[in-house]
Design a protein around this ligand. Sequence first.
Ligand SMILES: [Cu+2]
Length: 574
Amino acid sequence: MFLRYEESLQEIDPSVTLPYWDSLLDQYMDDSAASLIFSAEFMGNGNGEVTSGPAANWQTETGPLTRNVGVEGELFLFEEIHNITTRTRFVEICGMTRDMESYGLEFHHGDIHLWVGGNMAELNTAADDPLFWMHHANVDRIWELQRQNALRAGVDIDNDYPTNPEDYGNENHAPDAEFGLLRSDLRVRDGVSRSLTQGIYEYDPTPTCSARSLDCGSNKLRCVQLNGRHMCISKTLAEYQRDLEEENTRPQPVPGNNNNGAITRRPTFPWFNPRWVNRNNINPSLPRPVSPEEPEQITYPLIDQCAAFEYKPIQNSFCANGRKDIKEWVYIPVRVIAQRDPSFTKYDSYPVRSGNIRSGSDIYSLNTYTKLKSALNPGSPNCYQKCKSSQTGAGEVFVRTDGISYSGTYQEYAIVDQRLPVSVSVAYVAVKSPVRGKTSAVVSAYDSCGRVCRPSCLNLRTKKYEPCSGAVDITSHAPHLYAYSLGDSIMKLYELDSFPQFNENEIFLSFFCDYSSKWPWQTVINQPLTQASVPWSRPQYPGLEVPNQNSLLANPTRTKFNGGNSFSAVMNSK
Ligand SMILES: [Cu+2]
C-alpha cells in the first residue's frame, strides 16, 4: 500500500520519498508534546485545530484537522521496538492472542494513534492526518527490521504468514484473502513474500549517536545519555531556536587555525532529569536476537513518572455519523471516585510528632492509615511508562464515550485530588443525542497512566451502585438523564435555589479508579447479551448492554487501556 502511495505522490513530484516518523526521538524527551516535530517547520501544532505547518487549516470530512498530542496514549518505547524486532516469526508480532504487551506491533502502534489524538485517534479519520502516513511508514520499518531478523535466522519468509485464524484475526487478514489495491493476482500472505519486499525499497537508518560521536546528523536533534546508552532525541522549538542563536553568535573560523574555529563542547542537557533511573527488566528467558545489534547488557531509560505537566485542553470533533455539530450531542454526568495513585508517594504536608516533622509519609498518604488501606486495598496495575503526576496533587481521570449505535467519540477529563486516599469528582461527557432514535455507547474511564477504572451503575431500587459494563442505552423517554448542554447537565445535578445542594441520584454511572490489578469488566464477561442480566434496565432509564467483548477485551490480564476498540482492527499495515 505504501509503495502505491509513494508512486502516486511521485506522479506529481518525482523527488518524493515517504518519510517515517521515528517517535522514539520524541518519547524520551521530558515533554514529548513539545517536540520540534509539532512546529510550523514540520507537522504543525499538536493541540487543537492544526493551524500551522503543511496541514494548516485542513478541512476533513469530520471537520477541521485536530490533534490532542500527549493527552493519552504513549509513543513507542525502546523496549517495545527491541522486543518486536528480535522476533523471528511473523506470528509472534501480529497475533492478537499472543503476548501483545511484549511483541504486539499492532497493539503498540495503537498507542501512538491515541497519543496524537484528534483525527488520529479514530479509525475512520486517522488517515486525515499526514502524521498517520509517517507513523505507519515507521510501523512498516519496524516490521522490516523484524523481517530482516527472521531472514538472518533462516526463516522461510515466503511461507511465514500465519494460517491459524486465532493468529491472523478476521477474515480480511486470512492468508488467501484478496490483497486488494487493484492486484487481483495477489493474496494477503504475499505481503510478507520476498518478491514484494526485497530490492524495491529500503529504510534510512534512524539517527544514532555514541560517546565518540555526539552528532545526531541534524541540528534539530541532540544526543543524550541515559543509563550509559547514548540516544538521539528531538529538540523542542525553544531549544532549537536557542541553539541557532548560539550558533550565530559563535566566533567565525580563523584562517589557518587547525580546528577551523569550531568549538568542541559537550552538549548540556538542562532538561535532563536525574530521576531517570536504570531498569533491567528484560526477561532473561527471552530468546536472544539472531544478530543482536545491541550489546549484551541492555538498559532502558525509565521515564520519570512524576514529570511536571500541564493540563492540556481537549478539542472534541463533535462529529456523530458524519454530522459535525454540538447540537447533535447531549451531556451526561459521570462520577469519578479516584483512589490515590500508589506511585504518588509524597505530598509535602507531614505529621509532626514530639515536635519533629516526620517526612517519611505525608498526612494524606494511604500508608499512614492501616484500616483505610486494607479497606481500599490498592493494587499495582500495569500502566503507561510515561504517566503524569502533579506536585499539586491534582490528577486527571479521563472519561470517554465511544458510540455503539453511531460513529463518534467524546473525551473529557475529571480533575481528582490525588493527595487524598480517595476523592470524588464529576465529569460531564457527551453522547449522540437520542432524539432521533436510541443511543448506545460505551463509557469508559482511565487515568493519565492508562489504568482503567471500574464502572458501576445506579440501581434505582436499592439506590446503590452495582458493577456494570459501562455500556449504556439512552432513549428520549422522560425522565431524561441527559441534558442538551453541559450547563444544563450541571443544573440537573445541583439545586441552586438558596444554598446549593448536590443531587447524587442524578448520576447513573460511576467509576472507581482503584488501581486494582483485576480486569475491570470481569463481572460482565460471559453474561448473556440481554438487558435482563443487569439490575436496572427500566425503560425510562438508560439500559445497559454488554459491550462487544471481542473488541473491548483486548487482553484480560492487563489493565493498560488502549482507548477502547478504535485500533484493534487495523492489522495489515503493509
Ligand atoms: Cu494505525
